[in-house]
Structures are given as structure tokens and as C-alpha cells.
Design a protein around this ligand. Structure first.
Ligand code: MSP
Length: 491
């Protein structure tokens, strides 16, 4: 089956934050999981460059040539994704010709359909949201997200007849699969039911952006341009099986984008999933608020596997969650180093010592194998409950350690109970083979290290059949995870 997954395209007025990394990692986990399930995956991410924010940031950074600034930032974003082991298939920048041409053609299509008309816009515009705001959106006269006073603008614009699609959009939103989680869907249904107004899709005073073909004095509205990346960058894979976004941009995706697609007669994404915010001390982490954590700095301190694991395990997917280095260190030291790292260490050392550096052959021990429920873990991922999938996987890791403690293979060796000893080592090695496959989407490097130490070949498709292992022999390596000191200890 095909699985086309996208992240939002990010603004390049600053380097990535751990917030944008969060979305990109989650999409990577889902893409890798789907590849292991044999699906034909296309994972698209990219950059939203046609924004006045880009222009301002380039000026601030002293760039005269905006193109140079854009290329510099694109390199920086790609470098961050590489350091975090993000394995995307497509990367789109909205300044690319393939995108520009697509947006202009799309505009002409909906214009010819009679869904676009010229009118005066007068109202607020928040440059940081790149969005038109109404009086009721403001809190104490300020943008609720960026806490700044939006500009009041009056200009000639092209409007899209969004109101015409109100009933159709409500009908689409009634489908539970279209927008998740449930809380977001209810919020958006309320918003649409309160009455959709036509929206402006061009800007007269914008200094950068894609020209409107029928009036070159205007530029496309940044969001109209940006949302279309999911088609222009899809290499024929549109619509998405999963359009992954942060909750802040749900309205743009589930209402505006839907309207555009209905007008141009494109198919709709199967699911839009809006995850929560990473916060720092309860506040949204954002470039504009200046409380950001740079993932490039973080990977200097912690292995990318650990960062990926911490983010996916500690925040129920869909909810907000606070980022804390202390919590990351704690999870690393206990769940990764002590539980998983130690399990590998024990099995590898005992096979080395008692079985001539080989994994012995034995029968499946159902008391252990029955503790792993692959179908359940797979269905968690299907439901975007990434944290629950990890909970189950690590519960199984604990079961494996318990199994070893109870069987006491060191005593079986001492008492020459060879069959039993071989059974314990075969079954725990087999369990580790399962675990290495299951954690691959979350922690690709740790997974490969487990397979290497146990002499297993890495597989591109899940092989969860107990007993299928073929090992080249044990190759003891370094500890899987190193421990970090907590700040409390450091003091
Ligand atoms: N350019 C638009 C998106 C256009 S998509 C057609 C945009 N860019 S953004 O860079 O400001 O943010 C995009 C996304 O980054 C958010 O929707 C979210 O997925 C992610 N995040 C940015 N900060 C975040 C947190 N603090 N926490 C979680 N995700 C965050 O909006």
C-alpha cells in the first residue's frame, strides 16, 4: 500500500528548534514503521520561503542577496535533519520553479472555476502568523500566538469563495478519520459551523512571494502558496495518507486547504493529525518568543536516538508536553542504558562465555514469546499512539530482564543444564531480534548496533516469526547507551 506522509514546511527566519524537530522526527518514525510493514512510502518535508519573515531575517543577518540567505538556511535545516537521522524522500522549497508554476496554474484553475474574485481587504495581518486576523482573534489587541500587535492593512486582494464550501467542509469533518485527534476535530467543526467567510489569497504590499498571474502587482498569500507544497512536492503521490501538523496550524489545513482542493477538484488527504506543542516551563517554544532549544546543540550532548526516544516516549502523541533535559537523562539512564543496554549486554556476554560466541538453537519458549504482542503495538502506531507503542516495547524489555533473573542462566551453566541454558539464550536473543526491529523506527542506530552484536542481518521488512533468526555469531561491542550525569549530580 502507498503511504504518503508530510510535515508542515517550516519558515526559515531561524534555524530549526526542537519543536520543529518533534514533528519531523514523528513523521520519520511513522515513515520508517510503514516501510518495515512493506508499504510504498513517500515522506515529504521542506521549507516555506516566500514569507516576509524570510526577508526580515535576511536583512537582520546582513544578507544583501536573499537567495544566499535562503540557501544558507536550507543547508542548515537539512543538516539538522541529517544529524537527527531523518530519512525523508522528498524535500520542497517554495522558491523552486516546480512549485511556483504549480501554484500559478492552481490559482488559474480556481479563478476560471469562478471561485476567485477581486475585493478590498481591510483588517489585521500578523506577519509572524502570515495570517489575517479578526478582532475576535486578538487578545488585548495582540496576536494570541506571537503576543504582538498585528498591522492594520487596507489593500486590494483576490478573495477565495470559502463560504461556498461551508456545508461540504462540515460533511468532510464529520468523518472521524479526516481530522485527528477528536478534540481538534470538535474545535474545527465549531469554527466552521459558526460561519465561514471568504478569505483573501493574495497580498498587494508583500515584498516577496509568487506573482499572481492575472495581476503581477500582487503576490500570492503565503499560506495559499505554502499549502500547495503537498501537491507540488509530492512527485505524483498526492493525496497524503497522513498530513502531520502541529495544532497551531489546524485551521489552515483542515478548512482552507480543504476548500482549495474542493474548488480545484483534487482528492483530499486521508488524515490530518495535529499534535501538541512542546513547551518550556509551560510556554510554547517558538522563535518569536525566544525560548527555543536548538536540536544541533542538543545532538552535541546526546545521541540522536536518545532525543528521538525521549520525545516520542514521554509525550502522549497529540497532547502538549514539557521538554526537560533532566527527564531525558533519567529516561536514558534507566530505560535505555539500564534496561535495554543491559539486556543486550547480558545476552551477548553469556553467548560469548557459554556458547562459543554463538547463539544456540532451541525451541520457542512461549512463556517469553507470548509477552510480546506485535499486532497490538502495530495498531498503536496505526492510531498514532506512538508513546503507547514504546510503552509496550519497553514493557517487553523488562519482561526479558525478569526472565533472565528468574532462569538464572549462570547457575544453569554451573550445574551443566545445557538444554535449559541454550533455551534461555536462544529465546532472549530472539526477543532482542524482535526488539531491534520494533525500535528501528524510533532509534535506528541503536537497533542496528543490537543486530550487529548479535550477528543478525538488518531486514527492510518486519520478520516477527519467532525462530527465524540466522546469526553470523556474536560480536561483543560497546555499551549500547552511555549514561549521562543529571544536573543535580553535577552541582
Ligand atoms: N510555514 C508554516 C507551515 C506551512 S505548512 C503548509 C509554519 N511554519 S513554522 O515553522 O512556524 O511551524 C511549523 C510547525 O512546526 C508547527 O505546526 C509544528 O508542527 C512545528 N512546531 C514549531 N514549534 C513547535 C513546538 N514548540 N512544539 C511542537 N511543534 C512545533 O507554521
Amino acid at each position: 500500500m502507498k503511504f504518503y506522509i508530510t510535515t508542515p514546511i517550516y519558515y526559515i527566519n531561524a534555524a530549526p528548534t526542537i519543536g520543529s524537530a518533534y514533528t519531523t522526527i514523528a513523521a520519520d518514525v511513522l515513515a520508517r514503521w510503514n516501510r518495515l510493514n512493506g508499504n510504498k512510502v513517500f515522506y515529504l518535508t521542506g521549507l516555506d520561503e516566500n514569507s516576509s519573515k524570510t526577508l526580515k531575517a535576511a536583512e537582520r543577518a546582513g544578507y544583501k542577496d536573499i537567495k544566499k540567505y535562503m540557501n544558507y538556511m536550507a543547508k542548515k535545516w537539512k543538516e539538522s535533519w541529517k544529524k537527527l537521522n531523518i530519512n525523508y524522500d522528498g524535500f520542497i522549497r517554495t522558491t523552486e520553479n516546480r512549485h511556483k508554476k504549480f501554484v500559478q496554474d492552481f490559482f488559474m484553475k480556481i479563478y476560471k472555476n469562478g471561485d476567485v474574485y477581486r475585493n478590498k481587504y481591510s483588517g489585521y495581518y500578523c506577519d509572524d502568523c502570515e495570517a489575517y486576523l479578526t478582532e475576535s482573534d486578538l487578545i488585548e489587541g495582540k496576536c494570541p500566538y506571537h503576543k504582538i500587535k498585528p498591522e492594520f492593512i487596507e489593500e486590494d486582494n483576490f478573495f477565495f469563495k470559502l463560504s461556498k464550501y461551508q456545508d461540504k467542509i462540515i460533511g468532510i469533518l464529520k468523518n472521524e478519520d479526516f481530522l485527528k485527534p477528536e478534540s481538534r476535530r470538535n474545535e474545527i467543526i465549531n469554527f466552521v459551523e459558526s460561519g465561514l467567510k471568504d478569505i483573501s489569497i493574495s497580498r498587494q504590499k508583500a515584498k516577496c512571494g509568487i506573482e499572481v498571474p492575472i495581476d503581477k502587482s500582487m503576490k500570492m498569500w503565503c499560506w495559499f502558496d505554502a499549502l500547495l507544497n503537498y501537491i507540488s512536492g509530492s512527485e505524483g503521490n498526492f493525496p497524503q495518507e497522513l498530513c502531520l501538523i502541529g495544532k497551531d496550524i489546524t485551521r489552515f489545513h483542515s478548512v482552507f486547504f480543504t476548500g482549495f482542493l474542493l474548488s480545484a477538484k483534487y482528492k483530499l488527504p486521508k488524515t490530518i493529525f495535529a499534535h501538541g506543542f512542546l513547551t518550556i516551563n509551560g510556554q510554547k517554544m517558538s522563535k518569536s518568543l525566544g525560548n527555543v532549544i536548538d536540536p544541533l546543540e542538543l545532538v552535541k550532548k546526546y545521541h540522536p536516538d536518545v532525543i528521538r526516544y525521549y520525545l516520542m516516549r514521554s509525550i502522549p502523541f497529540g497532547d502538549d508536553g514539557d521538554f526537560s533535559e533532566e527527564a531525558l537523562i533519567k529516561r536514558n539512564n534507566t530505560e535505555l542504558a539500564d534496561s535495554l543496554g543491559n539486556l543486550l549486554n547480558r545476552v551477548v556476554s553469556m553467548c560469548d562465555r557459554y556458547c562459543d560466541s554463538k547463539i544456540p538453537k532451541a525451541k520457542e519458549d512461549k512463556t517469553l514469546s507470548s509477552k510480546l504482542n506485535f499486532k497490538k503495538i502495530d495498531s498503536y502506531i496505526e492510531n498514532y499512539e506512538l508513546h503507547n507503542a514504546l510503552n509496550d516495547i519497553f514493557h517487553f524489555v523488562d519482561e526479558c530482564n525478569k526472565y533472565i533473573n528468574e532462569k538464572e542462566p549462570w547457575n544453569l551453566a554451573k550445574n551443566k543444564k545445557i538444554d535449559e541454558l541454550q533455551s534461555v539464550l536462544f529465546n532472549t536473543a530472539e526477543a532482542l531480534r524482535m526488539i531491534s526491529q520494533l525500535i528501528y523506527p524510533f532509534m535506528p542506530e541503536a537497533s542496528l548496533k543490537i543486530e550487529e552484536q548479535l550477528g543478525f542481518k538488518h531486514r527492510d521488512i518486519f520478520d516477527m516469526k519467532w525462530g527465524n533468526a540466522k546469526s553470523k555469531g556474536i560480536k561483543k561491542g560497546d555499551n549500547l547507551f552511555k549514561k549521562y550525569e543529571t544536573a543535580n549530580k553535577r552541582k
